[in-house]
Every structure is written in C-alpha cells, then in structure tokens.
Write a protein that binds this ligand. Structure first.
Ligand SMILES: C[S@@+](CC[C@H](N)C(=O)[O-])C[C@H]1O[C@@H](n2cnc3c(N)ncnc32)[C@H](O)[C@@H]1O
Length: 326
C-alpha cells in the first residue's frame, strides 16, 4: 500500500520559502512511499523539497538517506531536514556510486530510491556558477566544485568536431555545426569566459533562424554543456545498471527527468527490466534465462498538470517514471 498526503497536508507549489519548488510531489509520494518504517534514499536532495515531504510521512522507525554532489545543496537541506534528527543521513556524493555509499553506511537494500534529475532553481539562480544565460557569470557549470572540467574548458579547448557532437548529442541542437563554428571563430580572438559572452555568440549565429515564440537560442547549448560537464547521462546509465541490486522486493524506483535524452534512457531500461528476457524475437524459447526485475507503475510517465505548470513553470518539461522491484 502506498502512503499519500492527506487532503489537509497536500503539498501546494508556492508554499515553500525555499527557492526550488519540488515537482510532482504528490505523485512522488504516491509511487515511492510504500513502507514508512523503512529506509529511503533521495539521490538528488537539492534544497530538500521532496525530502521534507517524504520525511514528514516517515514513521519513527523510518530513515532517509540524502545525497547530492553539490555541497551547497547539502548545507541548505541540512537545516530544512533537521526535524528528522537521527532518522536522517546526509552524504556528499554522486548517485552513480550509490552502491558504495550504502555499503559504507552499512545499509542493505532499501525500500525506495528517488532521483530528481537536472539542476535546482538554487543552482540556476543563486549559485553563481554559470548555469543560466540570463546572468553574467563565469562559465563553470560544475554541480560538484571538486570536479576538474568546467564549461569554460570545453568551450575554449574542444576541437570543433567534438564541440559540434556535444551540442548535437546533449543539446539536440539542429544547428550544432553553425554554433560550434561561431564559437571557434570567436575564441580565436581570445578565450570565452562568461555566460553573456557565450550567449551573445550563439544569439548572433542563430539570429536569422529565430522564430517568434521560440526558446532563447542559447537554451540548447547551455543544456548540452551542463550535461557534458556533469556527465549526466553517463551517471544515469551507471546508476540504472546498479539499481536492481539496491532496491528490495516490493521497493520502488521513482525518477523525474526534464529532457528527452534522460527520459528515453529510463523508458527503455524500465521496459527491459519488465520484459526480462533479452533473446531475439525469433527464438522459439528463451535461452538467456533473464527474469523480469521490475514492474512498471507508470507506462506512459506522469506529467504535471496545467495548474502546477502555472505555479511552477520549471515543472513544464518534467516526466515521472516509477517501477516496483519484483
Ligand atoms: C532538480 S534538483 C533536486 C531538487 C530536490 N528534489 C528538491 O525538491 O529540492 C537536482 C539536484 O541533483 C543534484 N545532482 C545532479 N546530478 C547528481 C549526481 N550525479 N549525484 C548526486 N546529485 C546530483 C544537483 O546538484 C541538484 O542539487
């Protein structure tokens, strides 16, 4: 049986004093929380929006383990989640290493894992790390300041073919070659150091292709750089390979993604988990012997309704997928 928020406690966007409004909170609770006395992991705690709601629904015997690779996120959520006292463990770490982190904490398989992918509004608006093209900041884009590669290095040092690949693959930028060439021309005059500088280069390269009502021309390039710097797709792929071993029978995996690259990966993996057998369709009997690992709970994915999007425009691209470990 899943826990749910009562009518009175139902979460409404806009109530939170924190900068980031958690997305699809009621669905996260509905799909994730099946056994409030058990251990749950929030692999991307951010400013603690989802964790606060989950934490309030846990019983006395429940425990929440929260990870984030961004130390700022951990210090913000530390205060917000202090009410959990000894039922909270906060760890600075990458969710792709969740197996080692849980082992280090002496935790066995858990009852549920939540991943809310992408970046938080705090990172976008307040971190000063160059995630937004609307502010003039250094081109950093690292979620974990201990990582070595910044966006500045990719922009100034990648060969044009590699830059084009990053923009096309991670930003799904149709005019990747044009943008990569414009960047290459601009950097011959001197290094590109700031978000505004980069945004202006992209704006002039794509000026004549712009149609009314379209997203800002730098949107796709900024997404691509963020994904590349933080190795976001690679992290998700590694984690999904480990997830079946981390969740106990009947436990849940809930993932919120914000672009089609991540969602495609999730959809494909969850479908394969449900199917089990990987034999070619023309094999009369199964030879691989692989059993189904998860049952999908949201075949089409759950999207925020109009009201939530109006209250929190950043929720508009979200899609939630959930599965139960068999
Ligand atoms: C969308 S925010 C999470 C917001 C959170 N659910 C809330 O309600 O406040 C995503 C967070 O995931 C973190 N993150 C991204 N990739 C990560 C990774 N591989 N490991 C750990 N944290 C990661 C980011 O630093 C960011 O704080």
């Amino acid at each position: 049986m899943s826990a749910s928020l009562s009518q009175n406690s139902e979460y409404r966007a806009g109530q939170s004093p924190y900068l980031h409004l958690p997305v699809l909170v009621n669905d996260v609770v509905k799909y994730l929380l099946t056994s409030p006395r058990d251990v749950y992991v929030d692999g991307t705690v951010g400013t603690g929006g989802h964790s606060e709601v989950l934490g309030r629904l846990l019983d006395k015997g429940g425990h929440l383990i929260c990870l984030d690779r961004d130390p700022d996120a951990l210090s913000l959520s530390k205060d917000r989640l202090a009410f959990l006292e000894s039922r909270l463990t906060l760890v600075k770490g990458n969710y792709r290493e969740m197996d080692e982190i849980l082992e280090g904490l002496g935790t066995g398989k858990v009852a549920g894992i939540l991943l809310d992918l992408g970046m938080s509004s705090y990172q976008l608006d307040r971190s000063g790390r160059g995630f937004s093209f609307s502010r003039d900041e250094p081109l950093d884009m690292r979620m974990d300041p201990e990582e070595r590669t910044m966006a500045r290095e990719l922009i100034n040092q990648c060969g044009p073919a590699e830059l084009e690949r990053i923009l096309r693959e991670y930003g799904e930028e149709k005019r990747a070659r044009l943008v990569a060439r414009a960047i290459e021309r601009a950097r011959r005059k001197g290094p590109i150091e700031s978000t505004m500088q980069l945004s202006e280069i992209i704006k002039s390269a794509l000026f004549r292709y712009r149609r009314p009502g379209e997203k800002h021309p730098a949107t796709r390039t900024f997404q691509a750089l963020r994904i590349a710097v933080n190795r976001e797709l690679e992290n998700l792929g590694v984690f999904l390979g480990k997830a079946p071993d981390l969740i106990k029978k009947g436990g849940r995996l809930v993932v919120l993604s914000y672009h089609s690259l991540e969602d495609r990966m999730l959809k494909k993996t969850m479908r394969q988990w449900e199917k089990g057998c990987e034999c070619p369709p023309d094999f009369p009997v199964c030879r691989c012997g692989k059993e189904p690992l998860f049952r999908r709970l949201t075949k089409r994915g759950v999207r925020p309704g109009q009201k939530e999007i109006e209250e929190n425009p950043r929720a508009r691209s979200a899609i939630l997928r959930a599965a139960e470990r068999l």
